[in-house]
Structure formats: structure tokens, C-alpha cells
Design a protein around this ligand. Sequence first.
Ligand code: 5GP
Length: 209
Amino acid sequence: MSRKGCLVIISGFSGAGKGTVVKALMERFDCYALSISATTRQPRPGEENGREYFFKTKEEFEELIRQDALYEYAQYVSNYYGTPKAYVEEQLEAGKDVILEIEVQGALKVKEKNPDALLLFVTPPSAQELKKRLEGRGTETPEVIEERMARAAQEALLMNKYDYLVVNDQLDDCVETVHQLIQREHLRMTANQEMVAKIKKELSEMKGE
Ligand code: 5GP
């Protein structure tokens, strides 16, 4: 029986460790496909085009918008970020659970378009810890850190629209929780309409025997 994949969105404040959670999830389980986003922001040291992101100029990005090649996109700290549409659709069709690691505006657009999408919000245990993690990264200027903390306060206003909150305190526990939440989605009645139809048909056939 064919099983369509589940679209999973993982968001969280910048510095919440969601990238680490997603990386560990991909390493531990092979049932997930990770979407690689396009962005106009500059690569950070160690980032490679086509691995962390597809790095684009503003003009190239706007061309993707015009071609309707993005599943969603948003502006974040004066750069564009967007999800290439073709990959998401192909992988879902092939039965893979597709992970989008995206920010809140884009996540809510996806939920509107696809109400079955599972929205997970990853947070550190406290705002203090968030600031500590951002500073510890050592890749951002103090101005960018301030901008990201301000953005976190804005994003917190929309956390309630997510399906689940996952506290990233212990990485392993957090990854296991995310995996369990995704797997549970496959048990939903709405995700099992083919099976429901099959059993109904078998039962009605048996009645006539
Ligand atoms: P960063 O610059 O730290 O890599 O990412 C900044 C924010 O953009 C993060 O919250 C990240 O999850 C989000 N982001 C990354 N890719 C996408 C995308 O394709 N669409 C949207 N809406 N947000 C994204």
C-alpha cells in the first residue's frame, strides 16, 4: 500500500540548536529527506553551496519567486530564504518524510497550504541560554546577535500556532522526541484513508458471504 510522506517543519529561535537536532535526526534515521533551502545570505565559514544552502543573489532568488519554484519563502534579517518546491513534492510522493528547517512566517504559510504538515517548535530551556548559545557560536557580530534576540521575541508571539513544543536541553532526548512525534503522524486516521477504505470494502464483502 502506498504511503505518502509527512511534511515536517522544525522551527525555533536562531541559536536554539535546531540545526544540530536536524543533523542528528538525519544521521540516526534514514526515513527522512532534508530540504535544502535557497538563501541570499552570505555563506558562513565552512558552509558549502548545495550542502547547507543554495546561495543565490537577490536577482536569482527573485527569479525563483517569479517562476513559482518555491514551496514557501520569507525574509529574515534582511535576507530571503525559501524552500525549493520540486524536491519537497518528489520526496513526499516517494513516501519520505520531508524535513523543512525554516522560520515562523514560512512555517505558517506552509500550514495554510498543507494543514496536515506537522509543526514542531524547538526552544532552549531559557532566554538566557539562547543568548549564551548565540554568543558561543562565535560567527555573528554583536549587532546580529541583538537582531536575532529581537527576532526571537517576535517569533515567540507565534509559537502557539505550532503543534508541539520541544525543549532542546539534552540533544539525544530531543532527537528521540522529534522522531516519535513524526512517526505518530503516520497513525492518524487522515493519513490512513487507503487502509480505511480497504477494511470497509473487505467488511462489506464479508457481509454478503
Ligand atoms: P540562518 O541564517 O541562521 O541559517 O537561518 C536563519 C533562519 O532562516 C532560521 O530560522 C532558518 O530556520 C530559516 N530558514 C532557513 N531556510 C529557510 C527557508 O527555506 N524558508 C524560510 N521561511 N526560512 C528558512
